[in-house]
Design a protein around this ligand. Structure first.
Ligand SMILES: NC(=O)C1=CN([C@@H]2O[C@H](COP(=O)(O)OP(=O)(O)OC[C@H]3O[C@@H](n4cnc5c(N)ncnc54)[C@H](O)[C@@H]3O)[C@@H](O)[C@H]2O)C=CC1
Ligand SMILES: Cc1cc2nc3c(=O)[nH]c(=O)nc-3n(C[C@H](O)[C@H](O)[C@H](O)COP(=O)(O)O)c2cc1C
Length: 181
């Protein structure tokens, strides 16, 4: 029978103290992510915001998630509409990300690019790396954010093959391997 010592309770406690918010953010800054503009339109009006907290959940049925801060000005609009489009940005679209991530008035954000309407009337970015037209089918509040679970009705893959990544609090264009050397 093993006689290994049981760790002291204080050591266990120390291991479970959550990191400070700044430490958590410093570490998260190293978790590179695609940059997306999330758009909506409907009874609540037209709105869009920049989001890096987007990921695939399952491909059957095709479902992704978007994390939206409840303090964002766009929050009630997304709540009212229940439909959205995830527009994945490509290389060179950093200015568009900044517009949708700041305090810029909504008309100014949309005036900076070309859009067409999805079947449900949501703005779809013409020059996106990829787009996902979705219905919000579930939502869960976690801390400051709502996690929106979105079923995908239509996808498009754009011509721009070079991506845009947010890493270490800066944007990075993903260049083809030949251009990176
Ligand atoms: N998930 C989110 O809500 C995110 C929000 N932002 C917003 O953009 C601002 C600038 O971000 P950074 O330049 O990356 O510097 P930062 O130091 O504020 O954030 C570093 C990283 O921490 C995470 N983060 C930041 N704020 C967060 C939040 N409220 N909830 C969950 N995760 C969060 C993100 O991964 C972010 O890239 C942030 O202060 C925030 O307002 C940025 C990235 C993700
Ligand atoms: C690179 C980047 C990524 C962001 N990712 C998210 C995100 O995933 N979720 C979120 O709620 N806000 C995110 N934000 C912040 C929103 O874009 C911002 O709060 C939103 O545009 C609402 O701003 P407003 O309240 O001025 O309208 C991000 C901002 C930037 C610049």
């Amino acid at each position: 029978m093993s006689t290994a010592p049981i760790p002291a309770p204080t050591a266990l406690l120390a291991a479970t103290v959550p990191p400070e918010r700044a430490d958590y953010r410093n570490a998260m800054a190293r978790l590179g992510a695609a940059v997306n503009i999330i758009t909506t339109d409907g009874p609540g009006g037209r709105a869009g915001f920049t989001a890096s907290a987007v990921c695939s959940v399952t491909d059957d049925p095709p479902t992704l998630l978007v994390c939206l801060n409840r303090s964002a000005s766009v929050y009630p609009v997304f709540q009212a509409n229940g439909v959205l489009c995830v527009n994945v940005l490509g290389a060179g679209q950093q200015p568009l990300s900044n517009l949708f991530g700041g305090k810029t008035p909504m008309d100014e954000r949309f005036a900076a690019a070309q859009w067409h309407a999805s079947a449900s009337g949501v703005p779809v970015l013409a020059e996106a790396a990829a787009t996902f037209e979705c219905r919000v089918v579930n939502r869960t509040a976690v801390g400051t954010h709502d996690v929106l679970f979105c079923e995908v009705d239509a996808v498009r893959v754009g011509d721009a093959a070079h991506g845009l990544v947010y890493f270490d609090r800066r944007y990075h264009d993903l260049l083809p391997p030949s251009a990176a050397h």
